[in-house]
Structures are given as structure tokens and as C-alpha cells.
Design a protein around this ligand. Structure first.
Ligand SMILES: NC(=O)c1ccc[n+]([C@@H]2O[C@H](COP(=O)([O-])OP(=O)(O)OC[C@H]3O[C@@H](n4cnc5c(N)ncnc54)[C@H](O)[C@@H]3O)[C@@H](O)[C@H]2O)c1
Length: 441
């Protein structure tokens, strides 16, 4: 079977949900009935992972590492108590106590859901300690980090799964099905992005997210404690994976295709400042903060197969949530903001057609099968699928559908976009983190 045929058939038949053959093979051959899990970071996202894992009878929740005992650890333990599970062992003695969690020999895998600046350091320490990793989404601090994590996984043979949950969104998987079945013809242009009004998350009253406060850093709560600081010092595509992950999978990036170069441009920065003035007054100390992050950052990426991919990062202005997907090929076009598509020869030409009937017809078989389980899970159900894939692949010792090469490639967009903006939108080469394995013929 050649590569193309493989991708076409495996898109429906494979064991994993995304079913694109990963570059790296998993280590070992031991199969496990039950996994013992540790959680590094038990904040908002960590708790949602704990909650989802606590529903499963094939996992034990062994330990939590998080310096915030008062909120994070307490809330995590409450989830265990409410689901009749034993308390987790706690590592809350500062930022480095996760290293003691990693010393335990009764943990198979860890979930990392910490602030962005910790992901790679903790991911490397985890694989070096022999723990498989479920890694939350973000962008890298610099390019070296991306190489460091690839090298650590290659040296240890302990794999990492990139937990890009949007790849499992129901409509995204249906469109992936349509792409693999050729409805769009050959792909030409793709779009995605992170367009989410986070002003209330980045600036709040220090008690809960979505308050109307204007605090961040030490005075903040959850993401406002750390995410907002990135907006003070950095200007780039800070959150690339929700937009890029799904379209990279559709375009077989790292599996016969690769990202080659990018250019980025940033608008001026007004949103966070205006929000502070509106909610805290002109004289509030934070009204003097100069936010570096442009309100709308646009990035254009080229691929070796000749597609273009546009990403947009837009988190500081009033707007409805949208990941801005657009999938365009020689025979068709889908735009998720419109919930509409056009398929040449099938729908009316030069007209939009509602995508609902197509979503139903091409609904992924796994969504049909597990929609009930997914119903209760976070983010419209997609969190069930991403966790299920991680747990099942780990138990069976199968390779992950999104691996460390995907992680490095997607994370790299952030520092490269920062550099491009700094250099007046100069093109930046995107490294081939697979070192040629993307071609695997
Ligand atoms: N995939 C998704 O849909 C999704 C949704 C939300 C957040 N996230 C990602 O999850 C991660 C966490 O975000 P969040 O919203 O939970 O933030 P959060 O601030 O609520 O939680 C982060 C937690 O990490 C803890 N922490 C900080 N330093 C640590 C260290 N050295 N060791 C261990 N724990 C440490 C903090 O005390 C906090 O409890 C981020 O990367 C974010 O981008 C992903």
C-alpha cells in the first residue's frame, strides 16, 4: 500500500481517533490493563483532566504536583472524594516538587497542565524519569526548547502525546473525513486560529476567572496569574495549536508534508489597556502597563506541498469565540464561522450550502459510537476523545496520533512568529524537527 492509499484508508479504520500513522514508534511491548497517573498542574485545566480520568475504571489517580495547595490541590482532591476515589499523594512544596512526584515508581504517565513556561522543562524531566506524557497545548518560549524535547524523547524512547483536543472536535473530524475522502479535491489553503475574548480571564478580581477585575500576576487567579504576563513581554502567535493542529492533520504535516516558512504581522495593542481603564479607572496602576502583544496577530505559513495556512491570534478585543477554520481545495470550501460549504458538482455552484447534512453524513464513526460518553466531557465532548486516545494508546503501547514532532513543530510557531514581527514581518524558516522522517516513503 502506498502512502496516499494508507492515509486514505487509515483515516477511517485505524485504532486511534485521528488514525494518521505517527513518525515515532512507541517503546516496549508490555500491555497494561490499568494506568497509574500523576498530574503536574492541577489548576483549571488539570482539574478538568482529573475529572475526566476519574470517570474511567482503567486508571488510578496516584499523585498531584502543584504549589497552589489552597485552591488547585484542594479542588483536585474534592473531585477524587466526590467520585469515591482515594486521596492523591500531594507534592505542593514549591515549583520543583514535581521532581519528587517523578521519582515515584508507581506512576506510568503524567498529565502536564501548567503555565506555558513550564511545559518543556517538565516534559523533559518526565520522559527522563520514564513517564509517558500527556502534554497540554501552548507555544514554545524559544526554538531551542523544541529541539530539546525532541532530543529527550529520541534519547529515552519515552513518548509524549500532544493533547490538542480541537483535533477531536466533531465538525473538525467530519471535515477531516471529507478531506481524506477527496471531497475538497487537493488542499490549497487552510485557516485556523485562536479568537477568544480572554480579557476577563487575563484580568480579573483575583478570586475567579471572568470577573470584572483588572488584576494579574500575584493578584490574579488561575491564568491571570501568568498568562497575562506573556502579553506584557511578547508579541507573536502565542497560542498556535488549536488553530494549526487540526489543519496540519488534514494536510498530513510531518507525514509526507511539512511546514516550511512563516511570516507574521501584529496590529497595535489596545484591548487590555482599554479593559483596565473601563473596569479599574485611568488611575489604576495596571493602566500604566504597556502590553506588547498586538490585539490581532496574523501568521502565514507555507508547506512543502504548496498549501498556505493562515493563523490568527485574537484574544484581547470584544468578539464571539471562533477558531476561524477554513479548508479550501480544488473542489470545495468549508468555513466554520459560517457553518457552510461548497462542494463542486455536489452543491450549487457560486452559493453557500449549510454544512449540517454533510456533518451528519461524514460524522466520524468514533463520534457516532462514543457520543454518549463524550456528551458529559469538556469542550463539547472533544476532551473525552483526546484523553481516551492517550489512555488507550498508553495501555496498548501504541504510538500516539500526535507525537513529539507535532508538538515541536506546532510549538515552534510562537518564537518564529515573534522573531518575524521583530524583524518587520521577515520570513522565518521552520525547522524540520523530524530530521527528514516526515518523508517516510
Ligand atoms: N486544551 C485546552 O482546551 C486548554 C484549556 C485551558 C487551558 N489549557 C492549557 O492548560 C495549561 C494550564 O492552564 P490552566 O487554565 O489550567 O491554568 P491555571 O493557572 O488554572 O493552572 C495552572 C496550574 O499550574 C500550577 N503550577 C504553576 N507552576 C507549577 C509548577 N512548577 N509545578 C506544578 N504546578 C505548577 C499553578 O499553581 C496552577 O494551579 C496551559 O498550558 C493552558 O494553555 C488548555
Amino acid at each position: 500500500m502506498n502512502r496516499k492509499q494508507f492515509l486514505k484508508t487509515s483515516a477511517l479504520a485505524g485504532a486511534s481517533l485521528l488514525a494518521v500513522k505517527p513518525v515515532l514508534s512507541a517503546v516496549g511491548s508490555e500491555r497494561k490493563e490499568k494506568l497509574r497517573l500523576g498530574f503536574i498542574g492541577v489548576g483549571a485545566r488539570g482539574q478538568s483532566h482529573v475529572e475526566e480520568c476519574a470517570k474511567r475504571n482503567d486508571v488510578e489517580i496516584v499523585a498531584f504536583a502543584d504549589p497552589d495547595e489552597a485552591w488547585a490541590i484542594k479542588s483536585g482532591q474534592l473531585i477524587l472524594e466526590n467520585t469515591g476515589r482515594p486521596e492523591a499523594v500531594v507534592y505542593a512544596n514549591g515549583d520543583y516538587d514535581y521532581l519528587n512526584l517523578l521519582k515515584r515508581t508507581d506512576i506510568d504517565a503524567v498529565f502536564i497542565s501548567t503555565p506555558w513556561e513550564w511545559h518543556v522543562t517538565q516534559g523533559i524531566a518526565s520522559v527522563r524519569a520514564g513517564k509517558r506524557v500527556a502534554m497540554e497545548v501552548c507555544g514554545a518560549m524559544d526554538i531551542q526548547e523544541c529541539w530539546d524535547i525532541v532530543n529527550a524523547v529520541e534519547e529515552t524512547g519515552v513518548p509524549i502525546m500532544m493533547m490538542e483536543n480541537v483535533c477531536y472536535r466533531r465538525d473538525v473530524m467530519a471535515v477531516m473525513n471529507m478531506v481524506k475522502q477527496g471531497l475538497f479535491g487537493e488542499l490549497i489553503h487552510l485557516q485556523g486560529g485562536y479568537q477568544h475574548d480572554l480579557r476577563g480571564v487575563k484580568l480579573n478580581d483575583g478570586k475567579s476567572p471572568y470577573g470584572k477585575g483588572v488584576e494579574f500576576g500575584k493578584g490574579g487567579f488561575s491564568e491571570s496569574k501568568w498568562r497575562t504576563v506573556h502579553s506584557v513581554y511578547r508579541n507573536g502567535e502565542l497560542y498556535p495549536t488549536h488553530g494549526l493542529g487540526p489543519v496540519a492533520m488534514m494536510a498530513n504535516v510531518n507525514r509526507g508534508n511539512r511546514l516550511v516558512s512563516l511570516v507574521s504581522m501584529a496590529s497595535k495593542s489596545r484591548g487590555l489597556h482599554d479593559y483596565i481603564v473601563a473596569n479599574g479607572g485611568e488611575n489604576h496602576a495596571n493602566a500604566k502597563v504597556n502590553f506588547k502583544l498586538g490585539d490581532v496577530v496574523t501568521t502565514l505559513i507555507s508547506t512543502s506541498n504548496g498549501e498556505t495556512i493562515m493563523l490568527s491570534h485574537d484574544t484581547n478585543l470584544p468578539r464571539p469565540y471562533s477558531l476561524n477554520f477554513r479548508v479550501q481545495g480544488t473542489k470545495g470550501l468549508w468555513m466554520d464561522d459560517l457553518n457552510k460549504l461548497l462542494i463542486e458538482g455536489v452543491t450549487e455552484s457560486h452559493q453557500w450550502t449549510a454544512d449540517a447534512a454533510f456533518m451528519e453524513k461524514y460524522d466520524h464513526p468514533l463520534w457516532k459510537k462514543y457520543s454518549k460518553e463524550a456528551e458529559q466531557a469538556g469542550h463539547g465532548g472533544m476532551d473525552f476523545f483526546v484523553i481516551n486516545d492517550f489512555i488507550e494508546c498508553t495501555k496498548k503501547n501504541e504510538p500516539y496520533p500526535m507525537d513529539v514532532y507535532d508538538m515541536a513543530t506546532w510549538y515552534a510557531i510562537t518564537p518564529l512568529s515573534e522573531r518575524s514581527i521583530e524583524q518587520g514581518s521577515a520570513p522565518q524558516e521552520i525547522p524540520d524537527f523530524t530530521r527528514g522522517k516526515w518523508m517516510w516513503k
